[in-house]
Design a binder for this molecule. Structure first.
Ligand code: ADP
Ligand code: MG
Length: 231
C-alpha cells in the first residue's frame, strides 16, 4: 500500500527576477511502514517538500497523492481534515499549548476530530503511556524537560493513529539523551508498522531510518535503502 505518491512535483516561489525553483521535479513513492530520512543542505528544498507532504502547501506542478487521495483536488477545509486525520506532525519546537496539561495537549487533535471527551481522555492516556509519560499526564509544558515536551508532542502526533508521521528536525533542540528517547519511540513506531518521514541534518539520526533521501538544489540527489544503525 502506497502512502505517499509524489509525481514530478515542482514548487516555484515568486516571479520575474525573484523566481525561486524550490523543487525541480521530485518523484517519490513511500510504502506503508517505511521509515524515511530526508537530508540536504540549507535551501535544498526540505521544508518545501515537507510542507507539501504535510498538506500545508500545494505543488506548482505535478501531483501528490496521500493514501491514494489527490490532495490538489481538495479545498482548504478538506485539506485541514486530511492534516487532522491522516498526518501526525512533530516539529523542532515542540509547539505545545502553554498552561495546558500534557494530557489535554495530546487530546487536542481528537477534540478537533469531534471525539467525545471520555474517549479522548482514554486515548490520550494510552498515547502518553506509549511515550513513557503516563505519570506526567497532569503536568504542564513548563513543568517538563525539553525531551519530555517532545515526547508529549509525539504522543499528540500519534493519538489520531495517522497514516503518516512527519517530523521536521524533531531532535534539533534536544540533548543526546532526549534525542535517543525520541529515536527509540520512532524505532518502536517503525516496528509497529507506522510510516515515518523524518527531516534531519544529523547523520546519526538519519542512520536510524531504513531509507535515506538526499535533496540537492530542489531535486533528489540520491535515494537509498540502508541497513539501519541501532544503538
Ligand atoms: P530547506 O528546508 O532545505 O533549507 P526550503 O525548502 O526552506 O529549504 O527552501 C528552498 C528554497 O526555496 C530556498 O532557496 C528558499 O529561499 C526558497 N523559499 C522557501 N520558502 C519560500 C517562500 N515562501 N518564498 C520564497 N522563497 C522561498
Ligand atoms: Mg528548512
Amino acid at each position: 500500500m502506497t502512502v505517499l505518491d509524489v509525481r514530478a512535483v515542482t514548487k516555484v516561489y515568486g516571479d520575474g527576477a525573484a523566481t525561486v525553483h524550490a523543487l525541480r521535479g521530485v518523484s517519490l513513492d513511500v510504502e506503508r511502514g517505511e521509515y524515511v530520512a530526508i537530508m540536504g543542505s540549507s535551501g535544498s528544498g526540505k521544508s518545501t517538500l515537507m510542507n507539501i507532504l504535510g498538506c500545508l502547501d500545494i505543488p506548482s506542478t505535478g501531483r501528490y497523492l496521500l493514501d491514494g487521495v489527490d490532495v490538489s483536488r481538495l479545498n482548504d477545509r478538506q485539506l485541514a481534515l486530511v492534516r487532522n486525520r491522516r498526518i501526525g506532525f512533530v516539529f523542532q519546537s515542540f509547539n505545545l499549548i502553554p498552561r495546558t496539561t500534557a494530557v489535554a495537549n495530546v487530546e487536542l487533535p481528537l477534540a478537533y476530530a469531534g471525539v467525545k471527551p471520555a474517549e479522548r481522555r482514554r486515548r490520550a492516556l494510552v498515547a502518553l503511556d506509549m511515550v513513557g509519560l503516563a505519570d506526567r499526564a497532569g503536568h504542564e509544558p513548563n513543568q517538563l524537560s525539553g525531551g519530555q515536551q517532545q515526547r508529549v508532542a509525539v504522543a499528540r502526533a500519534l493519538v489520531t493513529e495517522p497514516a503518516l508521521v512527519l517530523a521536521d528536525e524533531p531532535t534539533g533542540n534536544l540533548d543526546s539523551r532526549s534525542t535517543e528517547d525520541i529515536l527509540r519511540i520512532f524505532d518502536d513506531l517503525h516496528a509497529a508498522g507506522r510510516t515515518i518521514v523524518l527531516i534531519t541534518h544529523e547523520t546519526d539520526v538519519a542512520a536510524r531510518a531504513s531509507r535515506l533521501i538526499r535533496l540537492f538544489d530542489g531535486q533528489i540527489a540520491s535515494d537509498i535503502w540502508q541497513e539501519r544503525i541501532l544503538t
